[in-house]
Design a protein around this ligand. Structure first.
Ligand code: WTA
Length: 632
């Protein structure tokens, strides 16, 4: 069977089939892969525990499907075309044959370090081909990778390493990001001072920055590769064996390790990639997401390789050396499918068309958007100036927990509307619920977005704490996966994601928990208490607004502000730095001591006309003071 949908009628038929007979539907899609052994049963599930299993007892290795099976007919086709941060440096191409060789060789490097099936390996690397090689090598030998975004600080890194007991860390001497150099190995060294579980560190040379190599622990990537063989058969994995852990922020507590397993993730990410982007054999595909985020896992690495695509992998940032960089890379590598985040579009839009005009964007066929709501203005600019009104835009809604795109137009097939994710993919059953858990049926309704039936790439657990997974996603509404997003279904039945209904922020597309930021702020000894909320930001989507109480006099605020910024950078990373800090005498609290964030959000938005009922507050006068105060 072919898995590619090519008309809207066909989409409707496939959708119907996927709802009426999910098991038959997904079994049919799964036939497209190489299995070491097929499944006994397609699905077993309940959302109560939760217990979700797809393709039970099947055996496979995802890298055979990402690489080996393409070798016969695509061995010489580029798999990864790498574009460096500095445009004067040469780009590097790895064909499928070369990727195979590198992955097998690095698999042997890992084995030599004693890494076995089920062991956890932390990857803290720049956007270089070796990062993808490292992920795939883990998957080939059955190790579980935990990629940590290389913009996170020492503390975040050590927390993540310790949470899942990584035994090996793969990193580089440093990384280039625009005009900046970051000394990654140094951050790893600091982090490992509190990570007794780590046995080895494998260091790739990227920047040439001198590093300290700890005897018996640290080894160089290149030397080890030179001493290892390029033959490595792939480990037999069960469908439900862990593929990776990826940490993500929620409303409360420390970031949690979202667990994805092997078969369902493979089947769903491939199917969604093929259909959403309408991928054609031979297309050059570029997803700008860093491998530190879920988009970088599913749609920079796994899905396009599963489809046998040529991937562009970009080390740099959209505005270096200038705001024309994206468009110059598209021209240079003749990109057909381009997938990026609204925040990048908004920042390039603000730089003006002079940065777009010099480049020939004629190779583009499909444009994608991901990670946060795209506002109409940015959508229209993207459509007119990048797509030249010729390229469908797919506004793809999904989450770290969903593993793949759940709601999105299919390029050129589904009608599009600015800032609408439009319709669920086959196999996805969204529902909208009101706050009492009542399902809102029919059209022209708005509520909390839930999914009522499992799809193959969904979260299985949160690492080391299954109860937390149940409470976070399956407890709010019985028998539903709760997304944390608000959503409207309009009069035509099309979906528009409104944004988070909890305390999770999307700042420049990065997912951050307000509780995490507050913890970092409260680390300053002079801070008594803090409350962080998001507010609309023209480029970042959401900005970070911190209300802080402290025992300092007003003339000391400027110094304390610097301390706060410093602490947040050290404990989380520069992406979590508040845009605005307002020192206040008190926070609006209810008699039970709960901070009324609703009021703070309104004030941060600059909308103080109707703050709602404030009579339940212990001290309503603080609201007046906050309203009249200023942030800096
Ligand atoms: C938001 C990113 C509107 C949403 C893949 C979700 C979006 C959160 C869209 C997950 C979109 C993602 N339109 N909002 N197209 N895509 N979001 O885990 O709030 O980093 O819950 O995964 O991003 O963020 P995460």
């Amino acid at each position: 069977m072919t898995a590619r949908i090519s008309t809207f009628e066909q989409y409707q038929e496939e959708y119907k089939k996927s709802i009426e007979d999910p098991e038959g539907f997904w079994a049919g899609i799964a036939e497209n892969f190489t299995w070491k052994k097929k499944w006994d049963k397609v699905l077993e599930w309940n959302f109560k525990e939760p217990n979700i299993k797809w393709f039970l007892n099947a055996k496979l290795n995802i890298t055979e499907n990402c690489i080996d099976r393409h070798l016969a007919h695509k061995g010489h086709q580029p798999a990864i075309v790498w574009e460096p941060n500095d445009p004067s440096e040469k780009s590097i191409t790895l064909t499928y044959n070369q990727l195979h060789e590198q992955v097998c060789t690095f698999s042997n490097v890992l084995k030599k370090q004693g890494v076995k099936k089920g062991d956890r390996v932390c990857i803290y690397m720049p956007m270089v081909p070796e990062a993808a090689v490292a992920m795939l090598a883990c998957a080939r030998i059955g190790a579980v990778h935990s990629v940590v975004f290389a913009g996170f600080s020492t503390q975040s890194l050590s927390d993540r390493i310790n949470d899942c007991n990584c035994e090996v860390v793969i990193t580089s001497d440093g990384l280039f990001r625009g005009a900046k150099t970051v000394e990654l190995k140094k951050i790893v060294d600091e982090a490992l001072a509190v990570c007794p579980c780590v046995r080895n560190v494998i260091v790739l040379k990227r920047t040439g920055t001198p590093v300290e190599m700890k005897e018996g622990r640290d080894i160089y990537w290149t030397e080890e590769m030179q001493n290892s063989s390029g033959d490595c058969s792939s480990e037999e994995m069960d469908s439900e064996d862990m593929l990776y852990i990826l940490y993500t922020s929620g409303s409360t507590g420390k970031p949690k390790g979202v667990v994805h397993t092997t078969a369902g993730y493979m089947v769903y990410t491939w199917y969604s990639f093929l259909n959403v982007f309408q991928y054609n054999d031979g297309d050059v595909y570029w997803c700008t997401a860093d491998i530190g985020w879920v988009t970088g896992h599913s749609y920079t690495v796994y899905a396009p390789l599963l489809a046998g695509a040529t991937i562009v992998m970009f080390e740099g940032i959209p505005v270096y050396p200038d705001a024309g960089r994206f468009w110059s890379v598209i021209e240079k590598h003749e990109v057909n499918i381009f997938y990026t985040a609204p925040t990048a579009i908004r920042s390039l839009m603000a730089s003006g068309l002079d940065f777009v005009k010099p480049y020939d964007l004629g190779s583009l066929r499909v444009l994608g958007s991901v990670g946060e709501p795209i506002n109409e203005e940015a959508w229209i600019w993207y459509n007119e100036n990048i797509g030249k009104n010729q390229c469908p835009i797919v506004d793809t809604w999904w989450q770290t927990e969903t593993g793949g795109i759940l709601i999105s137009p299919l390029a050129g097939i589904t009608e599009t509307k600015p800032s609408y994710a439009m319709l669920p993919l086959p196999g996805v059953q969204p529902v909208l619920l009101d706050s009492t858990g009542h399902e809102l049926t029919g059209n022209a309704v708005e509520g909390n977005l839930c999914i009522k039936f499992p799809w193959p790439s969904m979260i299985r657990t949160t690492y080391g704490d299954h109860e937390r997974c149940r409470q976070t996603y399956f407890d709010t509404y019985p028998n539903m996966y709760f997304t944390g997003d608000g959503c409207r279904r309009d009069a035509d039945g099309d979906y528009r994601i409104i944004g988070r209904v909890d305390d999770v922020l999307k700042v420049s597309g990065h997912r951050l928990g307000t509780a995490d930021i507050e913890d970092a702020i409260n680390h300053c000894p002079e801070v008594v208490e803090s409350a962080v909320v998001g507010y609309p930001h023209p480029v970042k989507g959401q900005g970070i607004y911190a209300f802080v109480t402290c025992d300092k006099a007003e003339h000391e605020y400027a110094a304390l502000k610097q301390d706060i910024l410093h602490n947040v950078t050290n404990l989380i990373g520069p992406i979590a730095k508040p845009d605005k800090i307002q020192f206040v005498r008190g926070l609006p609290k209810t008699r039970s001591g709960k901070i009324m964030r609703r009021i703070l959000r309104k004030i941060a938005e600059g909308d103080t006309s109707n703050l709602g009922d404030t009579t339940t507050l212990i001290d309503p006068t603080v609201v007046e003071e906050i309203k009249n105060g200023v942030a800096s």
